[in-house]
Design a protein around this ligand. Structure first.
Ligand code: ZN
Length: 282
């Protein structure tokens, strides 16, 4: 039998069929509805007997609560898979999946994964398990209050740390300060224009503040940094390592490991780990 793992992100639906047959690929998230994609895979590959989805949006107890960038008409995928195909389906927020994958990769049960890409998000693993919170909203680190910005976050507030420590935040500040070109940190740091250098500095400070908040609040053994902005600017890991003890609670920083993610698609790897936890008792 085979099992299907999907990473449903804002740009791509990446998938991998694991088991007797192995195949993988990706389709544009804009072109296909998530449930339609899953059901077409189940029709095409009838030996698939379990599905796990890493989802870039809020998920609570198997149900999709919000889907900002993904086409999803049906929100109760778990029920649909069970009633229409008689197979189990697990769905989990993408950063939770990524944190789970990082936890297994680094063999660390107390870990926070903080990813800065288009947005700023976190997944928390404590005692080897994902920390969900009451309504599965734990880890929304991008929306912790920071400093008032001259523009609004996707959540409706103007003081979210994501407005400073994310790719979309960089773009907003560049527009505000009249900095041209790609939102690239190393380019901004070396710019002749002081406003552009200031944007890079604000990003570094905000990322450090976000990590320090997570470290102080959650006391992880390891923090793994990832996401597009960090991948393109690995020096950020050094900045956080160097300065974390100046910002976070000192005892929380003792023996703390700050690492750079080494997993190519941590969310998809996390979905594959979810498949391992599926029990067949429908
Ligand atoms: Zn926000």
């Amino acid at each position: 039998m085979s099992r299907l793992a999907i990473d449903a992100g804002g740009t791509w639906l990446r998938y991998e069929v694991v088991g007797q047959k192995s195949l993988c690929g990706r389709v544009s998230s804009k072109d296909v509805d998530l449930w339609q994609f899953i059901s077409s895979m189940l029709e095409k590959e009838p030996d698939i007997d379990a599905v796990a989805v890493s989802f870039a949006g809020q998920v609570h107890e198997g149900e999709i609560i919000s889907a900002p960038n993904i086409k999803v008409k049906e929100r109760e995928l778990q029920t649909l898979a069970e009633t229409l195909y008689g197979i189990p389906l697990k769905i989990e927020n993408d950063l939770n999946c990524a944190a789970l994958a990082e936890s297994v990769y680094w063999n660390e049960k107390e870990l926070v994964a903080i990813y800065s890409g288009t947005g700023l998000g976190a997944g928390i693993v404590s005692r080897g398990e994902i920390l969900h919170g009451w309504r599965s909203l734990a880890g929304e680190i991008g929306h912790i209050p920071y400093k008032e910005a001259p523009f609004t976050c996707g959540c409706g507030k103007r003081n979210c740390i994501e407005l400073y420590a994310s790719g979309s935040g960089l773009q907003k500040w560049m527009r505000e300060y009249g900095c041209k070109g790609e939102p690239d940190l190393s380019r901004l740091r070396e710019s002749l224009k002081s406003e552009c250098r200031e944007i890079a500095k604000m990003y570094e400070e905000a990322l450090l503040h976000a990590v320090a908040t997570a470290v102080t609040l959650l006391n992880p053994k390891a923090v793994v940094l990832g996401g597009g902005v960090v991948e393109h600017n690995p020096y950020l890991v050094e900045v956080v390592r160097r300065d974390i003890a100046n910002v976070a609670l000192k005892p929380s920083c003792e023996a703390l490991e700050i690492r750079m993610s080494e997993i190519e698609d941590a969310s998809l790897e996390g979905a594959k780990l979810l498949l391992d936890t599926i029990t067949y008792e429908l």
